[in-house]
Design a protein around this ligand. Structure first.
Ligand SMILES: CC(C)(COP(=O)(O)OP(=O)(O)OC[C@H]1O[C@@H](n2cnc3c(N)ncnc32)[C@H](O)[C@@H]1OP(=O)(O)O)[C@@H](O)C(=O)NCCC(=O)NCCS
Length: 171
C-alpha cells in the first residue's frame, strides 16, 4: 500500500509536538493507559526520553509517522535494557490520530515497526490490548500476534473495569 507519510526517529525538536499528540490521543481514545488527563509527560521528560533513545546501545525505539509536519501516528517498542534476561523482547505501543483511523495506516505502522524491530535484533514483541478493542485486535491478529493470556480488571475508566489480553509474536 502506498501511503503519503514519512517515517522518522524523533529528535529533540519533535518533543513539543509529541507531547501535544499524546494529549490529543488521550482525549480521542479510551483504549490507552491514559485518557483526558494525558500521559503526564512534560516537555523536559520527553526531551530526556528522546535523548535516551538516541544513545548508541539503546534497542528501544519510537517511530513518528508524519504527514507534512503533522504527527499522525506513533509507535514505540520499549525494552528493559537494564535487564539482560528480559531485553530480547519489546513491548509495543501503537496509536493514530482519530481522523486517520480505518484508512489502512495501522497496517503501515505495524509493518514499519516490525521491520525496525527485526533490524535491531529484537526476538519477540508483546503487548496489552483491551479485550473489547476490536479494531486493534484485528490488526494484531493480521500480523500473527496470538493471545497468550488475559488480565482481569487491567484498567479502570469512568467507574468501570476493563480486562486486557496479553498478546505476542516472535520475529
Ligand atoms: C488501533 C489502531 C492503531 C488501528 O489503526 P487503523 O489505521 O485504524 O487500522 P487500519 O485501517 O490499518 O486497519 C487495520 C485492520 O483493522 C480492521 N478495522 C478497521 N476498522 C475497524 C473497525 N471499526 N472494527 C473492526 N476492525 C476494523 C481493518 O479491517 C484492518 O484489517 P484489513 O486491512 O485486513 O482490512 C488505531 O485505530 C488507533 O490508534 N486506535 C486508538 C488507539 C489504540 O487503540 N491503540 C492500540 C492500543 S492496544
Amino acid at each position: 500500500m502506498s501511503i503519503d507519510i514519512k517515517v522518522v526517529f524523533p529528535n529533540v525538536y519533535d518533543a513539543a509536538k509529541i507531547v501535544n499528540y499524546m494529549e490529543q490521543i488521550g482525549k480521542e481514545s479510551d483504549f490507552l493507559s491514559f485518557g483526558e488527563e494525558g500521559p503526564q509527560m512534560t516537555l523536559s521528560k520527553e526531551i530526556g526520553y528522546i535523548q535516551h533513545l538516541q544513545e548508541e546501545n539503546t534497542k528501544s525505539f519510537m517511530l513518528l509517522f508524519k504527514k507534512g509536519e503533522e504527527i499522525v501516528g506513533i509507535t514505540t517498542i520499549s525494552i528493559r535494557e537494564d535487564r539482560p534476561r528480559m531485553s530480547h523482547f519489546g513491548i509495543l505501543g501503537i496509536s493514530i490520530l482519530k481522523k486517520y483511523w480505518g484508512l489502512g495506516y495501522g497496517n503501515f505502522l505495524m509493518e514499519e515497526t516490525l521491520k525496525i524491530s527485526k533490524e535491531r535484533g529484537i526476538k519477540k514483541i508483546n503487548l496489552e490490548v483491551r479485550t473489547d478493542n476490536e479494531r486493534a485486535i484485528k490488526l494484531y491478529n493480521k500480523y500473527n500476534f496470538e493471545i497468550e493470556g488475559k488480565i482481569i480488571k487491567n484498567t479502570f475508566i469512568n467507574n468501570e473495569y476493563f480486562d486486557c489480553y496479553m498478546m505476542g509474536r516472535e520475529i
